[in-house]
Design a binder for this molecule. Structure first.
Ligand code: TYD
Length: 210
């Protein structure tokens, strides 16, 4: 078995976690070692960074956009070095919830920073590691917000942003996918869980059987 790096992207509430879990099950059945992981927060250092980013208290106050981008990049650097690269090196499939495209969409397109600047720092943090396949679960902001409400729990700092922010993030993701169909599989996240998973498995199978 060869190492393969697959990432999932999309708005909060797109159903990434479910699809990641189902893909892990299927790959494991095929005899593939799978490392299911996520950003931000999958390493001990990253977990601390995640708390600062998403649940930082009043004493932290507003996070400057550049500081925010660098914190996501710091989480990524640690995660790539400690988890992703070692897993790929021993031939595992890394199936990951969010990666560089989230930084480009949320920090780049959704906010005041230039996408190219965010790409540069993220690429540096990841030592140039990009996924072979990125599944984009495309969902409109209203539906995503509704799903989050049904899921319950309090919105984190980014989830609480206005619908316009989530629409800008969505448009950014769609633009990335349309510009690079070789890496991306863009799917309409309003389709059923089974249909989505079938499409994902078909694409992963063709990647692995190549
Ligand atoms: P995540 O844990 O995936 O939240 P959820 O399960 O609710 O989708 O991500 C937390 C938040 O971090 C999410 O709102 C997107 C944001 N994010 C960025 O802004 N930039 C990044 O580089 C990453 C990885 C996530």
């Amino acid at each position: 078995m060869r190492g393969v790096f697959i990432t999932f992207e999309g708005g909060d509430g797109a159903g990434k976690t479910t699809q990641v879990r189902l893909l892990e099950e299927w790959l494991t059945e095929r005899g593939q070692e799978v490392v299911r992981t996520f950003e931000p927060g999958a390493t001990p250092l990253g977990a601390e960074v995640r708390k600062l980013l998403l649940h930082g208290g009043d004493e932290i106050g507003a996070i400057d956009p550049r500081a925010e981008a660098l914190l996501y990049a710091a989480d990524r650097a640690q995660h790539v070095a400690q988890v992703v690269k070692p897993a790929l090196a021993r031939g595992a499939a890394v199936v990951q919830d969010r990666y560089i495209d989230s930084s480009l969409a949320y920090q780049g397109a959704g906010r005041v920073l230039q996408v190219d600047d965010v790409r540069r720092i993220s690429d540096w943090a990841a030592v140039g590691l990009w996924p072979e396949l990125t599944v984009l679960l495309d969902i409109d902001a209203e539906t995503a917000a509704e799903r989050r409400r049904q899921r319950g729990g309090a919105d984190d700092r980014l989830e609480a942003e206005a619908v316009e922010f989530h629409e800008a993030v969505r448009e950014a993701f769609r633009g990335f996918a349309d510009a690079d169909p070789r890496r991306f599989l863009k799917l309409d996240a309003s389709r059923s869980i089974e249909e989505l998973q079938q499409a994902i498995r078909a694409r992963v199978a063709s990647l692995l059987d190549d």
